[in-house]
Design a protein around this ligand. Structure first.
Ligand SMILES: [Zn+2]
Length: 261
């Protein structure tokens, strides 16, 4: 068996995490766990054809464009992951079977079969950990400054999964604290006559999620995971429209909360 390299990313490769609008003054902190589809050179293409790497299995199509525009519109800090979820999924606990997925939807990922413990540790150390450490540092900094924060995790989902068409335009996901999700959902529905999933097509759990349980729930921050259907944000026009929509509705959802809570 070939020994795994001690390091994964070469010095000239992009960093795992990018912070956009670092000085943003908004209470919203935007995070995008699946925004990127880069692969470390050392992993080749994980044995996949180029076309597979452009599909939703590799990343959340369209969400990087929405996130950047939303960050601009809200003056919010955005922390985004740059490498493909197929390298290591930054919204999965490290011990979840789907952390380094050997199969995604129906596509086997050859480069993720029989990954050694050393190689697994390198992916965690160089991709997963710096991303979450950056989110932790940002949240610590805000807490120390006594600054209010609402954590918004941005994702997108494929319109057709395993051959089944999905009816939702967008969705709000949550687990222990539904407050922000429950306020945002009717606002989204009213705004565009949208069908908005309530913990569909996915829901948040400790076994299948990392960002909301760890950064949102444990710190008792207001939070929501927002999913947008990928065909709606595949192009710039849709990305702009959804960023503009969320920039209007998220502050409304939060201000409702401060009136009632
Ligand atoms: Zn995602």
């Amino acid at each position: 068996m070939k020994s795994a390299p001690a390091t994964l990313l070469a010095a000239d490769e992009p960093p795992p995490v990018t912070v956009y609008n670092e000085a943003g003054a908004s209470p919203f902190l935007l995070v995008a766990d699946h925004a990127g589809n880069l692969l470390p050179r050392a992993l080749g293409r994980l044995g996949l054809a180029e076309a597979e790497l452009a599909r939703h299995i590799a990343f959340d199509i369209g969400i990087a464009g929405v996130a950047r525009r939303l960050s601009d519109a809200l003056d919010a800090v955005l922390i985004r992951q740059n490498y493909s979820r197929l390298v290591i999924d930054c919204n999965r606990p490290l011990d979840a079977p789907s952390s380094i997925a050997a199969i995604s939807e129906r596509t086997p990922i050859p480069g993720n079969v029989g990954v050694s413990d050393t190689a697994r540790a390198a992916r965690a150390r160089e991709i997963f950990s710096p991303y979450h450490a950056r989110i932790t540092a940002e949240l610590d900094r805000r807490a120390a400054a006594g600054r209010a924060t609402a954590l918004i995790a941005l994702h997108s989902f494929t319109p057709v999964f395993t051959g089944i068409a999905r009816p939702w335009h967008a969705a709000v996901l949550y687990h222990r604290d539904p407050r922000l999700a429950r306020r945002l959902k009717p606002l989204l529905e009213a705004d565009g006559e949208f069908t908005v999933g309530d913990n569909e097509p996915y829901s948040v759990s400790d076994a299948t999620d990392y960002t909301i349980p760890v950064h949102g729930e444990r710190r008792r921050l207001p939070h929501v995971l927002i999913e947008i259907r990928q065909d709606l944000i595949a192009h710039e026009e849709g990305q702009r429209a959804w960023a503009e929509r969320l920039a209007r509705l998220l502050p409304q959802a939060c201000s409702q909360g401060s009136d009632k809570d």
